[in-house]
Design a protein around this ligand. Structure first.
Ligand code: AP5
Ligand code: MG
Length: 207
């Protein structure tokens, strides 16, 4: 099954994607994780993307579309994949239609004030992409999955978060109508208990 997770920053796309890909045994393709890795490794893409990400802006469509197209052509995507953070603009969605067929789009819906609270307490592993929240970390400072140090993302500072939210509403939210019109959009309430949200997503995916 080919799945898209759509939702504002902090909606829980990454958190829920990790659970879903484990349950369905498909790869999670997080464009944010791919770009953060490229920045860490100082690849040409990483160098180009850094200033956009740090400012809370989207990287240019042409940069990200080629990355996703190449990634979806890899062998592990043959039985399906979960796109987390792509597409993010209507041109990206239109480009995706030329090289992929999407079965389900899950929109995670969370109010803006809750998003800011979640993001300010987030810690991530830059190595494997695992995501945590300080409220559940205790004194752990390394990743449960791979042992690498946990860090706060550069773009999780308060003022950048507000930019990212505004970019979401102006550039990404139009995708709700785009996929509604195609009839494969499923809205899931992303507020509340993580296990309950996961159960609801699996219900939608299995329907
Ligand atoms: P990206 O990494 O995709 O960031 P984002 O979309 O802003 O989303 P987040 O990762 O911030 O949130 P999330 O929904 O994954 O939430 P999470 O599960 O971590 O993109 C970063 C940047 O890269 C962009 O700004 C852009 O510059 C660039 N980029 C990426 N893709 C691009 C594209 N296609 N085009 C152009 N540019 C692109 O959860 C957040 C926190 O909340 C965590 O701490 C978590 O533990 C906690 N949490 C999760 N669920 C719950 C719950 N139910 N209750 C309480 N806490 C919860
Ligand atoms: Mg994420």
């Amino acid at each position: 099954m080919n799945i898209i997770f759509l939702g504002p920053p902090g909606a829980g796309k990454g958190t829920q994607a990790q659970r879903v890909v484990e349950a369905l045994n498909i790869p999670q393709i997080s464009t944010g994780d791919i770009l953060r890795r490229a920045i860490k490794e100082q690849t040409p893409t990483g160098v180009k993307a850094k200033s956009y990400i740090d400012a809370g802006k989207l990287v240019p469509d042409e940069v990200i579309i080629d990355i996703v197209k190449d990634r979806l052509a890899q062998d592990d995507c043959k039985e399906g994949y979960l796109l987390d953070g792509f597409p993010r603009t209507v041109p990206q969605a239109e480009a995706l239609d030329t090289f992929a067929t999407i079965d389900k789009v899950v929109e995670l819906d969370v109010a803006d004030d809750a998003l800011v609270k979640r993001i300010s307490g987030r810690r991530v592993c830059l190595n494997c992409g695992a995501t945590y929240h300080i409220s559940r970390l205790g004194d752990r400072t390394t990743c449960e999955k791979c042992g690498e140090p946990l860090i706060q993302r550069e773009d999780d500072k308060a003022e950048t978060v507000l930019n990212r939210l505004s970019v979401y509403h102006s550039q990404t939210a139009p995708l709700v109508d785009f996929y509604s019109a195609k009839g494969n959009l499923h809205k899931v309430d992303g507020a509340g208990d993580m296990d309950a949200i996961f159960a609801e997503i699996m219900k939608v995916l299995k329907a």
